[in-house]
Ligand binder design. Sequence first.
Ligand SMILES: [Zn+2]
Length: 251
Amino acid sequence: MNTNPPLDQFSQDAGAYVLGALSVQERHQFELHLRGCPRCAQSVRDLAGLPGLLATVPEAVAEAGPAGPAPDTLLPALIRQVRRGQRRRRWLTAAAAAAAAAVLSVGGLTLAGGPPSGSTDALPPSVTTGTTPAHSTQARSMTVLAPTGLRASLSVQDVAWGSRLELRCTYPTSADMIPPASSVGEQPEYQPPEYQLMLRSTTGRTQRLATWRAVPGKTITITGATSWTRADIADMQVQTTSGQPLLGLTG
Ligand SMILES: [Zn+2]
């Protein structure tokens, strides 16, 4: 009769516990409870990585509080758990949301570091040659909407809390992006372009999942998270940060 027990009085405390926001007495009671409650123990394990993520965010970022639209879509379960009456927990909610946004937009970008091919000075001329090995069977090539030389594949995976997206971007070399070096003395300093990954839902809402800067001549992987399911997503676009569509894919 107990296979799916209702949430107990401690079930909202895991987030505050992991973040060190419980009082000494609350912490002691919660730790006693954990020994006999697999559900709360699992919640703690699920959230255990959060302090590490917070530690990677500069203090000034964490203290700035929620500055953008991110809190609606990031770590919703944690935010619900931490959103209790106490002022300290409210502060932690803001810090966690800001930190999560920063981690997604900064820490989510990793260099793929592929083996040197010996001819990194030129990219394949065609955007349709599907020779890039896909990390996921769900990865699909994005349609080119503007001829910038940028190419990408995108996979969307349904998970319990929404969807996880993985975007693999291959950039032209910087030589393809800027004028020849002979006139370099007269050129403004080269600035790699910035991009954003935008989602549009079937009801017309939009979300910005990530922003990043191009790394000329490299393939990078960017991961993003959304509370929307695959069925909620109508289409996805890689855009310039000013909103020009570059690559697109329907959900
Ligand atoms: Zn419990």
